[in-house]
Write a protein that binds this ligand. Structure first.
Ligand code: ZN
Length: 416
């Protein structure tokens, strides 16, 4: 039996109705009214499949199918929250593919060696508190109850209070932490959120590694003065200095680092920010990513040196601070080869790929073997209303999820 794209499409349309911004993309923050409605809808489907459902203290939904067994589970799923004015597919399609996988296993009356656990991670996008993957961080013991008390949303309400008001047992999060050995493998299907698969005309990406990242804040300070009366040789202009440093970041990532390295300056502040005044201060942020730490290191080394040179040449004071980092994660080689085999058998065009975005699966990688399936995002668009994935690609991705789950969980031969 194969998966039914009609059932997935109809679930998708039903869940995207729970949306705070109809007509302008999809907005469904964790712990909102729309999130509650989407959860209720999906949990009803889970109950219909005979799954036993648990919701933990931060709202991760964990639903088991197949057997009340002590043996470790195969975990599948993703998230259903969105960014503001986001798309229909990010996260949700992975949850619906997981649900369809369970439907097919039920229809086939599959004999399982391992229970299947469908997980819906809460607050993946960080839309409430600015911390991404909050649910999977709590589940894997990376965030404590005290930290949840100090994280605030834009109204000044803590994550702790928000969870409590959502009727969650936030006090119980320590015992919700997943133990090593509890889950045998975790497989997440997700949209690529980039344009590689579409460009390469592939329906499936088998993810090898999830990128690591470092975020830096750079501050350059000079002398603010009149734009007309200060000769060029008597200036200490932090904007001109920033321009040189920023150009060198692109050069380093393109020419000195690795083919997998990316470096971006997407945020810049200038003081006083007037057309006829040499600025006093310029601050900008650098986002550097790579699956190989070496690529990040090469960019950081080069720009630190360049910042020093530019500060000297232009008589500027400068500072570079590391303000955020996450390590790259290699996904399980055994799960990757299972997936490759299944993809090759099905004839679906696939390729190996790295993920430039971080996912809940990256958090799970230190407690279990993790695999990820990507499907193409048309035009590479994501986190916007234009986000779109074709039904044929969703079907190919979901079929691969089903095949992989079968090879991990379904009993090969029944002893007589
Ligand atoms: Zn996502």
């Amino acid at each position: 039996m194969d998966i039914s794209i009609e059932r997935i499409s109809s679930d998708l349309e039903n869940v995207v109705r729970f949306n705070q911004t109809p007509g302008n993309g999809c907005t469904r923050f964790s712990y909102s009214k729309e999130d509650r409605q989407a959860r209720d809808y999906i949990m009803e489907l889970m109950s219909g499949l005979g799954m036993s459902i648990n919701v933990d203290g931060v709202g991760n939904i964990r639903a088991r199918f197949g057997m009340e067994s002590e043996s470790p589970a195969i975990m599948i799923g993703s998230h259903i929250d969105t960014v503001e004015n986001g798309g229909k597919y990010d996260g949700l399609i992975g949850v619906l593919a997981a649900l369809e996988t369970i439907r097919v296993l039920k229809e086939e009356k599959a004999v399982l060696d391992h229970p299947i656990e469908l997980i819906i991670f809460a607050e993946e996008e960080g839309s409430n508190f600015g911390v991404t993957m909050l649910g999977s961080k709590v589940l894997t013991g990376k965030l404590t109850i005290d930290e949840l008390k100090s994280l605030k949303n834009k109204n000044g309400i803590s994550a702790y209070e928000v969870c409590k008001n959502f009727n969650l047992n936030i006090e119980g999060i320590e015992k919700d932490v997943i133990k090593k050995g509890e889950v045998l493998s975790m497989i997440e299907l997700h949209i690529e959120q980039g344009a590689v698969l579409e460009t390469e005309k592939k329906s499936i990406g088998i993810v090898q590694a999830i990128t690591g990242m470092k975020t830096f804040k750079v501050t350059l300070e000079g002398d603010s003065n009149h734009a007309g009366t200060t000769p060029m040789n008597l200036r200490a202009d932090p904007m001109a200095g920033a321009a040189k440093v920023i150009a060198s970041i692109q050069h380093a990532a393109r020419n000195l680092a690795l083919p997998t390295t990316t470096a971006t300056v997407g945020r810049l502040f200038c003081t006083p920010n007037m057309a006829n005044v040499i600025p006093k201060k310029v601050e900008f942020y650098i986002d550097i990513r790579d699956v190989e730490p070496e690529g990040i290191k090469r960019v950081v080394d080069y720009i630190t040196e360049r910042l020093c040179e530019v500060s000297k040449e232009d008589c500027l004071k400068s500072r570079i601070e590391l303000i955020g980092k996450s390590s790259s994660v290699k996904l399980s080689s055994s799960v990757i080869s299972l997936m490759e085999q299944a993809a090759a058998e099905s004839g679906a065009p696939y390729m190996k790929i790295n993920s430039g975005a971080v996912h809940d699966s990256a958090m799970m990688a230190d407690v279990t073997d993790v695999g990820m399936i990507f499907i193409p995002s048309i035009g590479g668009k994501s986190h916007c209303p234009e986000e779109y994935s074709r039904v044929e690609d969703i079907k190919a991705g979901c079929s691969l999820l089903l095949k992989t789950v079968k090879s991990l969980a379904v009993r090969k031969s029944i002893e007589i």
